[in-house]
Design a protein around this ligand. Sequence first.
Ligand SMILES: CC(C)(COP(=O)(O)OP(=O)(O)OC[C@H]1O[C@@H](n2cnc3c(N)ncnc32)[C@H](O)[C@@H]1OP(=O)(O)O)[C@@H](O)C(=O)NCCC(=O)NCCS
Length: 160
Amino acid sequence: MKNYKEKTENECEKFTIREMELNDVDEVLPIANTSLLNPWSKKMFLEEVALPYSHCFLIRGENDRNKDIPLGFICFRNIGEESELLNICIHPRHRQKGLAKILMEFYIDFCSKKGVKNYYLEVHPLNIPAVHLYRSFDFQPAGKRKNFYQGEYDALLMER
Ligand SMILES: CC(C)(COP(=O)(O)OP(=O)(O)OC[C@H]1O[C@@H](n2cnc3c(N)ncnc32)[C@H](O)[C@@H]1OP(=O)(O)O)[C@@H](O)C(=O)NCCC(=O)NCCS
């Protein structure tokens, strides 16, 4: 993988990943709203961030002009040896620069240090960027969840 700095020199020179706090939620919402099939509401974020077994992390960038640019987030729940990836989203202006891969690498590393052995997630089968991303992290199709999105569209279940 090319590194982030090399690919985005004109935009962000550095980035950091840190746990999301309740007062980050307003800033994250506009990014979440760009996800057409799964736009999380403020209430969903607030509930998720408050859950003891849930983790939400933000990736932020900086450049000469702006020291704190919210770029995207990842949310997941860990129980014992299992992790469910709930949501990952990158701001449209910053997509296809390797940021989701950086978040996924962070996620797998974080979970493996906590003893997670099994990972699963749901994704719309026509969400090509997301399916491509998950496949590149060894997630395999493992069935489908009927009427998962808005009670209408099936989801592809993937496991690693
Ligand atoms: C899915 C998403 C998180 C990917 O973020 P990203 O930062 O653009 O992804 P990356 O740049 O890290 O790319 C990851 C891989 O996906 C591929 N990819 C990214 N966008 C793609 C696209 N539009 N078409 C095809 N492949 C794509 C990349 O080529 C890369 O694979 P590679 O290493 O084999 O080249 C982003 O498109 C997004 O936020 N989508 C809306 C929210 C969403 O649908 N989330 C998934 C919920 S299940």
